[in-house]
Design a protein around this ligand. Structure first.
Ligand SMILES: Nc1nc2c(c(=O)[nH]1)N[C@H]1C(S)=C(S)[C@@H](COP(=O)(O)O)O[C@H]1N2
Ligand SMILES: [Mo]
Length: 263
């Protein structure tokens, strides 16, 4: 098995498949489900797909589950309480280029044109003027070298720089007592985070990776970085930010992922 254990789409529930493998591996599957922050179970359909081989080969299913389980144990130590700082690393550990992921493949990425791109602001904020990239770049820059963790079973250390989301929310005079900050993207993706995580010192609107403008595939011109959460909580190619008290959900959140997805 390669570094990629599972794909996001495999977590969607499937039905109408024989339950015997599920039953046999029940304790392992249940502990995985708990630790994978899933609202619903890891389906047998998912297991069939992930092994890429005969579901009746129970040893191979078990092998994949065990490997994933061990990775997930380490994840527990990397994701932190939103009141604490996530661990940071050295420049030498930064992976270049970063690792790509989206709900589609890298050759389907549609690069965003920074000349026409604008960031819209909506909801509970006093200043709703849209932002250009130049204006975002004029705010003070923050940097972090932290670990990106994808629920699929892989991770990498990266250096992200940009504007503190707290600083941005203060600048637009957002209601910082609101519950959620929601994001829309240039693709069909969307996401949302709780206000405590939005105000966390390591949460940033990222414009740069490894001291260069962030690459097209990784969210140029603007993506979210939340050091205390899983990768899917960090929308890339952001086009709008809304501050709201109405639960906004998101692309994977609406497909049964746990919304908080941090510890
Ligand atoms: N707009 C958008 N943002 C997205 C996604 C996506 O499909 N579309 N995938 C998410 C997932 S699952 C992960 S792991 C990270 C990957 O970020 P990277 O390519 O910079 O490593 O982006 C997240 N943000
Ligand atoms: Mo992910």
């Amino acid at each position: 098995m390669s570094k990629r254990f599972l794909s996001h789409s495999l977590f969607r529930p499937a039905s109408g498949i024989d339950q015997s493998t599920l039953v046999e591996n029940k304790p392992l599957i249940q502990s995985l489900e708990r630790r994978l922050f899933l609202r619903q179970g890891l389906s047998l359909g998912a297991l069939t797909l992930l092994t890429g081989c005969d579901i009746s080969n129970k040893e191979s299913v078990q092998g994949v589950l065990k490997g994933f389980s061990q990775w997930n144990d380490r994840v527990q130590a990397w994701l932190f309480d939103p009141t604490k700082l996530a661990p940071t690393f050295s420049e030498a550990q930064v992976v270049k280029p970063p690792r790509f992921n989206a709900y589609y493949s890298v050759d389907e990425v549609k690069p965003v044109d920074p000349a026409t791109w604008k960031l819209k602001v909506g909801g509970l904020a006093k200043d709703k003027r849209p932002w250009t990239l130049d204006r975002i770049n004029s705010l003070p820059k923050v940097s972090q070298i932290t670990r990106h963790v994808c629920v699929e079973g892989w991770d990498y250390i990266g250096k992200w720089s940009g504007v503190s989301l707290r600083r941005f929310l203060e600048t637009i005079e957002a209601d910082l007592s609101a519950k959620y900050v929601a994001f829309k993207c240039a693709d069909d993706y969307s996401g949302s985070i709780d206000m405590a995580s939005a105000l966390h010192p390591q949460t940033q609107l990222t414009t740069h990776y490894a001291d260069e403008p962030i690459g097209d595939a990784y969210g140029f011109p603007l993506r979210l970085r939340v050091a205390t959460k899983l990768g899917f909580k960090m929308p890339k190619w952001i086009t709008s930010i809304e501050v709201t008290n109405d639960y906004p959900g998101g692309y994977w959140e609406d497909r049964d992922y746990n919304w908080f997805s941090g510890l």
